[in-house]
Ligand binder design. Structure first.
Ligand SMILES: NC(=O)c1ccc[n+]([C@@H]2O[C@H](COP(=O)([O-])OP(=O)(O)OC[C@H]3O[C@@H](n4cnc5c(N)ncnc54)[C@H](O)[C@@H]3O)[C@@H](O)[C@H]2O)c1
Length: 441
């Protein structure tokens, strides 16, 4: 397989629908790293290493030296938004990064101006931007997005493009008839079917063109049979949903540990306060519902109460998000976990995480973009389950249980990289060489 991976030569265009807090923090971060004024902390593709071979071989290359990834210097950014602010203005408004850092990369950021968005207010009530495409049908809007992608590719001399949805969370909808096949979906685009959301139109445009598409929000987007089918047809890698940051990141780190020790859990109450535009959008109950469904699925899958009813059968799981403007992007979260141990004795764990949402999300977007581009060059098409590591609600093949345990997700990601590069997979069994070592002592 290694020989078949196309090289990462030339420029990679990363297009982001939604140039808000996460997207601008990513772009500013990459520009700052390119100028050597900051480090890409949290990005596996930049700072992570991977063990190869036996533990005794001591081979731990950086992931970026092991697999052929696009270099940061070869990345060009672009995107769409319902507001016309350039990336410098949007980053200043998002107030995630220090003005002094943004000042140092101002020309690069000012040069990135959003393209007009495909937007439908019925999906996001709390936004009122005017930088929006007008067309008679959703089909025409999809064509306009395809033109944007092709024009961007040409204007920036890009060899390849990837798209990561960084737009706001859309209202909750369930899969319906129009989402079932590509014929029905295309007909729905022409008939302006209300069940086709803006994020689906972006995903359709990308997948039609064979451009890898990852979804950072919990919306259905490319997680519908029609677009999964189209991805197969056009040999396009897709993935989602919802970047795994903050409270859910902590949950998927801690829950596997408690489960591993066969400790019981009676209740897990999670609440947080958040004051950025994402928080404002999620203040609407229809949009919160989309996020809630994504966040709630995590514990059930890690703990599997059906297999361990004595330990997790009565678990009460509650998730709350509260819009609180004074905190901006600096989310504060509280978790109260009621656990029980030997002979049923109760204990409590309290977590108070003062996190920075976009600081945790930006490296995920970078890794996803670079790995999706790698997947495309390695001819890995359809749902990229090996990238579940990055998502709260990983997209899987229909009927398959998603894996939420972050450690299993990491093993899967690393073994996928080993596999495509022709290295032995690591099982952590070690018996083959352990005995030799002991005997040699
Ligand atoms: N920050 C995190 O830790 C985190 C974690 C998981 C998921 N997410 C998701 O990532 C997304 C981005 O988060 P954020 O904090 O940057 O939010 P944000 O509100 O700062 O940015 C979202 C941007 O998307 C734009 N937008 C909305 N609909 C659009 C459309 N149809 N086309 C183009 N642009 C559109 C908005 O105008 C806004 O500028 C949200 O959906 C959020 O739920 C964020």
């Amino acid at each position: 397989m290694k020989e078949q991976i196309q090289t990462a030569n030339g420029k990679l265009g990363i297009l982001l629908p939604g140039l808000g807090a996460v997207a601008t923090t990513l772009i500013a971060g990459v520009e700052a790293v390119k100028k050597n004024i900051a480090q890409p902390i949290g990005a596996l593709t930049q700072m992570g290493s991977i063990r190869l071979g036996k533990r005794t071989e001591n081979r731990y290359p950086l992931i970026k030296d092991f697999v052929p990834l696009a270099a940061l210097d070869n990345i060009v950014f672009g995107g769409w938004d319902v507001y016309s602010d350039n990336v410098y203005e949007a980053a200043m408004k998002a107030k995630v990064l220090e003005p002094s850092l943004l000042q140092a990369i101002k020309p690069e950021l000012e040069a990135i101006v959003p393209m007009k968005a495909v937007f439908d207010k019925s999906y996001i009530k709390n936004l009122d931007g005017q930088h929006i495409k007008q067309a008679a049908t959703k089909y025409e809007l999809a064509s306009a997005l395809m033109d944007d992608i092709e024009n961007f590719r040409e204007a920036n001399d890009c060899n390849r493009i990837v798209i990561v949805w960084c737009g706001s969370t859309e209202k909750y909808i369930e899969e319906s008839e129009v989402h079932q096949t590509i014929e029905l979906f295309e007909e729905g685009l022409k008939n302006n079917d209300p069940a086709i959301s803006p994020s689906m139109i972006y995903a359709y445009a990308a997948i039609r063109l064979g451009v890898p598409f990852a979804n950072g929000a919990p919306n259905l987007t490319c997680d519908i049979p029609a677009l999964i089918e189209l991805a197969k047809e056009t040999a396009t890698p897709i993935g989602g949903k919802d970047f795994k940051t903050g409270q859910t990141l902590m949950k998927t780190i801690l829950a596997p540990g408690l489960h591993a020790r066969a400790l019981g859990i009676r209740g897990w109450f999670s609440t947080n306060i958040l004051g950025n535009r994402d928080g404002l959008v999620l203040d609407d109950p229809d949009n919160f519902k989309t996020k809630e469904v994504s966040k709630l699925s995590v514990l059930e899958d890690i703990l599997q109460p059906d297999i361990n009813p004595e330990l997790y059968g009565d678990l009460y799981h509650k998730v709350r998000i509260n819009y609180y403007p004074p905190h901006g992007d600096n989310k504060e979260s509280w978790d109260n976990i009621d656990i029980f141990g030997w002979l049923g004795y109760s204990m409590q764990i309290k977590i108070n995480f003062l996190c920075r949402d976009s600081i945790l999300a930006a490296p995920i977007v970078l890794d996803l973009a670079l790995f999706m581009d790698l997947a495309k060059r390695a001819n890995m098409t359809g749902i990229q389950e090996w990238l579940s590591f990055y998502f709260k609600s990983p997209q899987t093949a229909p009927g398959l249980r998603p894996e939420h345990d972050i450690f299993k997700q990491l093993i899967k990601l690393q073994n996928t990289l080993r596999h495509i590069m022709g290295e032995d997979l690591i099982t952590h069994l070690g018996l083959d060489y352990y005995q030799d070592l002991v005997e040699a002592l």
